[in-house]
Ligand binder design. Structure first.
Ligand SMILES: [Fe+2]
Length: 403
């Protein structure tokens, strides 16, 4: 008999006034038996970006994504070689880091990868237990478990290596009530929002997709299974996700309670360069490709982000006029015309449906982008939309001369 326990809210979720019912719908949170998990993960701690100009990127997320600045560290707070801005939206925490001194190691990361995700930090209840297990399973431990403290308490943390130069910090902040980590001071946003702006544009991180090299997807699936106790969620291979020119293989792993979901992509052989190959070339290796943000009103989120200058991929009108598609998606909460006018995609499976849309790459390189996702029962990732999406992405690749 397996004991499952009702999940509880994380402090970040409580602070964001989210309920368990909302999270079950937003990100597909499920019950599971944490006691039998060799590497229990509670949820996301932070997505940590390394960028060329943290000061300006932090402004972009405050203005365009409606995020709130909550903490800062930099030369003024004793951090000599870097600036870091901590932003929140609901339970999402983004940390934007940039190098200040010419010899900052962050600048080496940026020179190689461009703006990208350096750390997908996870909240865990027992850092030492996770590291013990990870080490036994052959993981590379980048930082041994250690305490960092200030007047707000103590954070226990460690880090292991993931794909490429990406790492997973493991954070237990249960003994800490500061704005982020020791060394950071509280800050508030100076961006003025429009009077009709919603409190926030998204509530939670749903998934983070990793792109790995040809032939490496199964290795990384095995890594998350073996080292981090993640379970396989869904699987789709080859023809399912192919156009004439692009193809990829993708498998999805998730932590026990499904808060943390990692689809892993590898390129597949096709007539022309796939978007995964393009990513691997321009990111100079494996890395985080897109971050999916959960919203309970994707129409409003898209309207506000567009008004703030965020660019989304175009969806061909033919997508919405296709009888087969209309049949497949059935009835959704708004008329298809409202989705069409915004380019929002629909997918349906046996559990329900989801609405999703993808931004264009947000940096200079054709690498990192965002997805907005509104789930209604479906725990999928929009498999049925991959072909339509790929065709839209290929039109963009063609314009950049990379097809
Ligand atoms: Fe996605």
């Amino acid at each position: 008999m397996t004991d499952t326990t009702e999940p509880t809210l994380t402090p970040d979720e409580r602070e964001a006034d989210l309920s368990l019912e909302q999270l079950k719908q937003l990100v597909g949170l499920v019950e599971y038996d944490e006691a039998s998990d060799p590497f229990p993960v509670t949820g996301w701690d932070a997505i940590v970006f390394i960028v060329g100009n943290a000061t300006q990127v932090a402004h972009y997320y405050q203005y365009a994504f409606g995020m709130d600045l909550v903490a800062y560290s930099g030369p003024e707070t004793g951090s000599r070689d870097r600036k870091a801005y901590v932003l929140r939206s609901g339970s999402c925490r983004f940390v934007i880091e940039g190098g200040v001194r010419p010899d900052s190691p962050l600048l080496d990361h940026h020179r190689k990868h461009g703006d990208g995700v350096g750390d997908i930090a996870l909240e865990v209840p027992d850092v030492d237990k996770c590291i013990d297990h990870a080490r036994k399973q052959g993981a590379t431990v980048l930082e041994e478990p250690h305490d960092v403290s200030d007047e707000h308490g103590t954070v226990r943390m460690a880090a292991i290596a993931a794909y490429g130069d990406t790492r997973h910090s493991l954070i237990d902040r249960s003994g800490y009530d500061g704005p982020y980590l020791p060394g950071f001071e509280g800050r508030t946003t100076s961006v003025k929002r429009a009077a009709d702006a919603p409190k926030r544009l998204f509530q939670a991180v749903d998934h983070v997709v990793g792109n790995v090299e040809l032939g490496k997807m199964d290795e990384w699936v095995a890594f998350y299974n073996r080292v981090m106790g993640f379970v396989n969620m869904a699987e789709f291979i080859g023809d399912d996700i192919a156009t004439d020119y692009s193809a990829l293989m993708s498998k999805v792993v998730s932590n026990g309670n499904h808060r943390v979901k990692f689809p892993l992509n590898e390129p597949a052989i096709a007539k022309k360069k796939s978007q995964i190959d393009e990513f691997l070339e321009f990111y100079d290796g494996p890395g985080a490709q897109h971050i999916a943000l959960a919203t309970n009103d994707i129409l409003s989120t898209v309207d506000h982000m567009r008004a703030n200058g965020v660019e989304f991929l175009d969806t061909p009108d033919s997508y919405y006029q296709d009888d087969e598609l209309r049949e497949r998606i059935g009835k959704v909460r708004v008329p298809v015309e409202q989705l069409q006018s915004r380019g929002i995609l629909v997918d349906r499976d046996e559990d329900g449906y989801l609405l999703q849309i993808f931004t264009k790459p947000i940096g200079d390189r054709p690498t990192v982008f965002y997805e907005l996702i509104e789930r209604h029962g479906s725990l999928g990732f929009g498999k049925g939309n991959f072909k339509a999406l790929f065709e839209a992405i290929e039109r963009e690749q063609e314009r950049r001369g990379n097809l």
